[in-house]
Design a binder for this molecule. Structure first.
Ligand code: N01
Length: 599
């Protein structure tokens, strides 16, 4: 199928969306090719051909040129707080670039059925503005995607960030001009932004892992990726639907799709551990408690391991208590819901025997919930320790496999061979499908940065520098790439924590750093290669003290064929990490070279 065929096959709408998209894609191809992004184009072309592309109609515009102090990339949670903090500091020469059609980042793209946050809404929200916290009211314990998107748009409007942003614009390249001491950022719309500082707020899970099954182009039904869900929604009523994958996105969407579809097939390669969210309307008493103790609770989160107060970690070893007491402790955490179970005992992430007690508890729950013992067995993880692939939080996931219209297909034993014109073929047989949902995740942590041609000193390519895995100092900066900050970059706690706590900590650190430079009439900060090497060694050393490297997870890049197997996030905890970052700053930004003359 060619792109033209695909476009012609789509029904015409009042505005000619298909023609606009085709024109936009052709123009974008031309520009990206001119910028030397052949590889990226293959990726995009692949998705544009085979998936229902959620791009909204694109407004054509002339290329723009900007000369600013700050350019930052991304209009999600990280980009918005960066922008808001700059506004608060009275800084006006800012340019934000965002590939989506609006603010929201993750919550702009991930609109699949059941998409909601799995950290309690009050904790998964900004703490930097008291007025914002006073004004905003969450309706559910775990906010759903539309509410999160409204929140982010409220923040954008409240801090007047719309005027600084270019939407529907993808950054193609960013190069450091050593003579000028500035970054030149180029976009797929032909824009050029010259900036003193470049802040990458590109997200850890923003580049989708693309499906590459043979025969995808022949499929006559509809195909979707959970990470690029059509904005108008999808109605699966009366359909035979196949969901490939059983990670967080699948686990949230499967119960919802099952309730709508005529027949749902879940193609599972590796089962995941999932715990109940116990979602519902937000508890008024909890809201009052949060309001009365907010400053203290926020501080507690900042000093904790995962940045989540609700986890309430204990100092107790799982092996120091009798089996019955241990079960009761797990049981009360299961009733509490969400990630609370992760804090039940201090040693489940490091001691295999302690970990096995958590694994067995959840396996018992799966056996209790799922009526068919063979299905329960297939849903029970066995190949990796509990919690070493990201724990999922669900609403009725295991219960869904008691439905008559849901079939679990174990593709670890009979792998997916191909997508056919009428469905999907495994080694065991053919499944007739009207729609396929690829819930196969993301090129995590490095994907979004590597998708941009980033060049530092001497034209050094970040992608080449990271060919053996990401190298950063504190997950914040990269040697050879002056004045380029990576918010929640690899080597920082990021995805192992409440992202909001980690984002705000990085933005605070960057803001303090910029003030320090400004006060001293300095204009350039750069990580030293020695500090970077030391930090990377520390990140690896701490990861190796845990059970995390024992799972083939996306934390290690194991989900992307050919990606270097390196444990990317910092597992030491947000509290410890914050202290390390603060100590570096207190010692005059130890491990960084500071230079230049004024901004
Ligand atoms: O992606 P995943 P996700 N054939 O990588 C399977 C965050 N998030 O989008 O495990 C067959 O976790 C793959 O199988 P395997 C959260 O951090 C948060 O669900 O590789 N199967 C796996 O089952 C989360 O961890 C929220 O064997 C294939 C699945 O696809 C992260 O995003 C909600 C396959 C991918 O799972 C990613 O979650 C959603 C193949 N070729 C996401 N390739 C909330 O806040 C892959 N798979 C609630």
């Amino acid at each position: 199928m060619t792109m033209t065929d695909d476009v012609q096959a789509k029904p015409k709408q009042a505005f000619d969306k298909a023609a606009l998209q085709a024109k936009y894609l052709a123009e974008r191809d031309k520009r990206l090719r001119a910028d030397g992004n052949e590889q990226y184009l293959r990726v995009e072309g692949h998705l544009a051909h085979y998936l229902d592309d959620p791009y909204t109609p694109v407004t054509e515009r002339a290329p723009k040129t900007d000369h600013v102090t700050f350019a930052f990339i991304g209009g999600g949670f990280a980009g918005l707080v960066t922008g808001a903090r700059l506004v608060e500091a009275g800084i006006k020469d800012v340019r934000i670039i965002e590939k989506g059609g609006d603010f929201g980042g993750t919550w702009y793209w991930n609109r699949y059925p059941g998409a909601r946050v799995d950290i309690e809404s009050q904790e998964y929200s900004y703490s930097f503005s008291d007025a914002l916290q006073d004004d905003w009211r969450w309706t559910e314990r775990y906010a759903a995607q539309p509410e999160l998107l409204s929140y982010l748009n409220h923040v954008a409007d409240r801090f007047g960030l719309r005027k600084d942003i270019r939407f529907e614009t993808r950054v193609a390249s960013a190069a450091f001009d050593e003579a000028a001491g500035r970054w030149t950022v180029r976009t797929d719309k032909g824009d050029t932004v010259s900036a003193r500082f470049c802040i990458m707020a590109t997200g850890c899970l923003s580049v989708t892992n693309e499906p590459k099954f043979p025969g995808m182009e022949t499929f006559k039904g509809k195909s979707y990726h959970t990470g690029r869900w059509p904005h108008e929604g999808v109605d699966f009523t009366g359909q035979r639907v196949g969901v490939i994958g059983t990670g967080s996105s699948a686990i949230q969407s499967i119960p919802q799709i099952a309730a709508q579809a005529e027949q749902l097939y879940v193609f599972q390669r590796t089962p995941n551990y999932s715990v109940p969210a116990h979602n519902g309307p937000i508890d008024a008493q909890k809201v009052e408690h949060w309001k009365a103790n907010r400053a203290e609770l926020r501080q507690k989160a900042r000093e904790s391991g995962a940045g989540i107060v609700a986890v309430e970690p204990t100092e107790l070893s799982a092996l120091a208590v009798e089996a019955e007491e241990r079960k009761q402790i797990f049981e009360s955490r299961w009733k509490q819901g969400g990630f609370a179970i992760g804090g039940a005992f201090i040693d489940t992430a490091i001691d295999p025997a302690a970990n096995a007690t958590a694994a067995e508890f959840v396996a018992g729950k799966i056996r209790e919930i799922v009526k068919d013992p063979r299905i329960a067995e297939t849903l029970t993880p066995k190949s990796y320790p509990f919690g070493t692939k990201r724990l999922c939080v669900d609403t009725g996931y295991y219960e869904t496999f008691n439905r008559e219209n849901v079939t679990l297909v174990d593709v670890s034993q009979a792998p997916i061979e191909a997508i056919t014109p009428t469905g999907l073929r495994t080694d065991d047989g053919d499944y007739a499908l009207d729609s396929i949902v690829y819930a196969i995740g993301f090129d995590a942590m490095t994907g979004a940065l590597n998708a941009i041609d980033i060049r530092g000193r001497g034209g050094m390519s970040l992608k080449e520098k990271w060919s053996g895995g990401p190298l950063t100092y504190l997950g914040l900066m990269v040697a050879g790439f002056p004045n380029l900050f990576t918010v929640t970059g690899p080597g920082s706690p990021s995805v192992l924590s409440n992202m909001l706590v980690s984002i705000e900590q990085h933005v605070d650190w960057i803001a303090d750093c910029l003030a320090y430079l400004g006060d001293r009439q300095l204009s350039v900060i750069e990580a030293s290669p020695e500090a970077e090497a030391g930090w990377v060694a520390h990140v690896n050393e701490v990861a190796d003290m845990t059970l995390y490297p024992k799972a083939n997870s996306w934390y290690l890049g194991a989900n992307i064929p050919g990606k270097p197997r390196v444990f990317m996030p910092y597992v030491g905890g947000v509290g410890v990490y914050r202290e390390l970052c603060n100590a570096v700053a207190a010692k005059g930004y130890e491990g960084f070279a500071l230079s230049g003359q004024g901004a």
